[in-house]
Design a protein around this ligand. Sequence first.
Ligand SMILES: [Zn+2]
Length: 256
Amino acid sequence: MEAPTAIKRRLNELGLRTRLRARPRAQGRVLAPAGLFRRLPSAPGLFFPFYHDVLPEYAGDLRRHLLRMRRIGTMVTWDEALAVLAGDRPLTGPTFCLNFDDGHLSWRDVVVPMLLELELPATFFLTSGLVGRPGNLSWDDVRDIQRAGFRFGSHTVTHHRLADQDDTEIWHEIVDSKKEIEDQLGCAVRDFAAPYGYPRVDFTEREVRVAEQAGYRSFASTRRPAMHAGDSPMRIHRQGLHPAWPLMAVRTRVHD
Ligand SMILES: [Zn+2]
């Protein structure tokens, strides 16, 4: 059993983390020193860096991250990344498969214009129940992004933690989100990203099995190590980043 002081320390850490998350530049400065001991990757490895909202004030920062990734590695689509895992595409150096979560308006206003300008591919994981709600994309926005050449995966209906839900709710989150996005976009949705995403805490094997049964070909978590040929597409590792972080902080998440 955990000692009370350890619990207290953990709660303090969580409180600090929550406060820092609301202040991403401060969070980046706190993370940065740990980046001293890391380097951005130089060895062959597949990374799935992802972001959430990118407010206009962070546009220049996101551009800096993306330009660095493009300089040190290859930027690939989700299909190409799965081909790497299947061993059908060589992994010759650091390789980045960019993705975004939730359904933020800033995808339309900030992210997509930048990706088009820099000619970078990306996949967007959509929380279907948020679409059309205030502060989120509309289905017309989502279709515009699709027409601009980007792909969509599912990020559940409600964004609740999967591990906390019963079997009926899980089915709704995983299957109904897929159906709704497919109906709205007129194309197959076969990639899934679990909210929060930490294995055995935020989701369990049960959800991976349901996703498989529902016809998904990939399931993304937030475990972070680089991936390689032979790794399972139902166990995708992703590296959550905030554009406000200095590259030194990015190195704590994306490294060899
Ligand atoms: Zn999310």
